[in-house]
Write a protein that binds this ligand. Structure first.
Ligand code: ADP
Ligand code: MG
Length: 345
């Protein structure tokens, strides 16, 4: 039978389905000794340290298929795990993918999901080494585990190493993914009220792409390594700058001071915030899903950091008895609170 003859998952059976979904994935790394096809994968990292991280995504909680195409969902599910590996200063190499699917999903739908997973594996040179496939009563669940390696004399970077006076740095720009989500939600509501409504998403393509297709900053990790920057602490920005700063300050037992006008926010994010009558700094602080890297480094790294394009120095670490402060554009000092994802909804 050709692929198009299959419509229902039950026609394929579990093993047929696993074969169908995984046959096109090529193995890229010599550390992958055995991938999909046995009871477990076999990996060989010699004497190197490895990092392992996992994420579970649940339909209706973490994603909404009414505006997230399955291909993007597959890509993003991989990307967010690779981002965690990068935030440890490691190089991501392998993933496992486990899915639970209800009978509402067709083979074509799972093909779309796996085409996104495949695209992310190609883009970031990742081996798919296994997973699990099962049914669910309702909806889709995806759990991805990512494995990365600490090469040569690379050390893992924890949240806990920030020192007083260290520079606080962030890659890329913040708040875009959150504003993208707000726009997608707005269009969905308008569409629900009037099915003939045609969304005009063109002016928002950057922020929507940031929401639907985040990119882990493996490039930043290698540039920092290349410039021999001493990273004292690092975390990826999944829940908003405020919350991630809190994690670093709490784990390092320090305070911090950041400056509103140093927080990188793209013009497209500011424009969308204006359209929705929001303050873009709120999206950067409390939004989330930017998957940029937040890290600290000693003052002596200033020149090295400036050699790397797309890194902003937004403030510095202060003593443990100090609060987490943001100096606003008009000079006021406000205390940062970790609002998390839900507080803005
Ligand atoms: P087991 O019965 O030991 O759980 P399975 O029959 O579930 O084994 O899986 C067979 C092989 O296919 C294993 O190598 C497993 O890791 C892999 N696999 C199962 N489901 C998936 C999936 N959704 N994506 C990738 N690999 C998978
Ligand atoms: Mg299994």
């Amino acid at each position: 039978m050709t692929k198009s003859d299959y419509k229902q998952l039950s026609d394929l059976g579990e093993f047929g389905l696993i074969d169908h979904l995984t046959y096109s994935f090529q193995i890229k790394h010599s550390s992958t000794i055995k991938a999909v096809g046995d009871d477990a994968a076999v990996l060989d990292f010699k004497s190197k340290q490895i990092v392992v991280t996992t994420d579970l995504l649940v339909e209706g909680i973490h994603f909404n298929l009414s505006y997230v195409p399955l291909k993007h969902l597959g890509y993003k599910a991989v990307a967010v795990n690779l981002s965690d590996v990068c935030a440890m200063n490691a190089e991501p190499l392998q993933i496992t993918v486990s899915i639970a699917v209800s009978n509402r999903f067709t083979l074509e739908a799972l093909d779309d999901l796996y085409s996104g997973i495949h695209a992310a594996c190609e883009r970031y040179q990742i081996d798919l080494i296994g997973g699990d496939t099962t049914s669910s009563k309702q909806g889709l669940l995806i759990s991805i585990t990512a494995i990365g390696v600490l090469n040569d004399d690379t050390k893992p970077v924890y949240r806990s190493g920030a020192q007083e006076n260290d520079l606080i740095c962030v890659s890329g720009d913040l708040g875009a993914a959150y504003m993208g989500l707000q726009i997608l939600e707005r269009e969905r509501r308008l569409f629900e009220q009037d099915a003939s409504f045609k969304p005009s998403l063109d002016p928002y393509s950057y922020i929507i792409e940031r929401q639907l297709k985040p990119e882990p900053r493996a490039d930043i990790v290698s540039l920092l390594k290349h410039e021999k920057i001493n990273i004292t602490s690092m975390i990826d920005i999944s829940d908003g700058l405020s919350s991630e700063l809190m994690h670093i300050c709490k784990a390092s037992d320090k305070g911090c001071k950041i400056f509103e006008d140093k927080v990188p926010i793209a013009q497209e994010t500011k424009d969308a915030a204006k359209d929705l009558n929001m303050n873009p700094i709120i999206a950067a602080l409390n939004g989330g899903e930017d998957y940029e890297l937040l890290f600290t480094t000693p003052l002596s790294s200033f020149e090295g950091i400036n050699k790397i394009p797309g890194i902003s120095i937004i403030g510095h670490i202060s003593a443990s008895d100090k609060n987490l402060l943001m100096i606003t554009a008009n000079g006021e000092s406000i205390e940062l609170k970790a609002q998390g994802w839900n507080a803005l909804e």
